[in-house]
Design a protein around this ligand. Structure first.
Ligand code: HEC
Length: 104
């Protein structure tokens, strides 16, 4: 009886979690597409570059505000992306960057 209950709860939570996981995957895939379109030329394939620009994998999970402000306003040699990359796009790019972050 008790075991049945555990199985049922397990099945329900997988059922509930699945759409969330699928949503995350879709976000990361969107982010990758946007990254390839606008960022890859300077920041490198799979976020790997030979030092010509910032290594985005170094951004810590707590540095999202820094990420958003640098992308919106530009920094150094990097032009500002305000008006090109929307808030939503930045959310997707961030999700993509986090999958490759050094402090994952
Ligand atoms: C024309 C080349 C170029 C493109 C395209 C580019 N960047 Fe950059 N980016 C740079 C350079 C160069 C730096 C280093 C700036 C500095 O610190 O002087 C940088 C730095 C950054 C930083 C770190 C800034 C900080 O806080 O130190 C972030 C975040 C970033 N870029 C995100 C992006 C994103 C997201 C895109 C795509 C929307 C993008 N970049 C496209 C050249 C580029």
């Amino acid at each position: 009886m008790k075991l049945n209950l555990i199985w049922t709860l397990g099945a329900i939570s997988i059922f509930l979690l699945k759409p969330c996981m699928a949503q995350d995957t879709a976000k990361v895939e969107m982010g990758e597409k946007i990254y390839i379109t606008y960022c890859e030329t300077c920041h490198g394939e799979n976020l790997v570059n030979s030092g010509q620009s910032f290594d985005l994998r170094k951004l810590k999970s707590t540095e999202r505000p820094r990420f958003e402000s640098s992308v919106q306003n530009g920094k150094g040699q990097m032009p500002p992306w305000k008006g090109v990359v929307s808030e939503k796009d930045m959310d997707f790019i961030w999700a993509y960057i986090r999958t490759k972050a050094n402090d994952k």
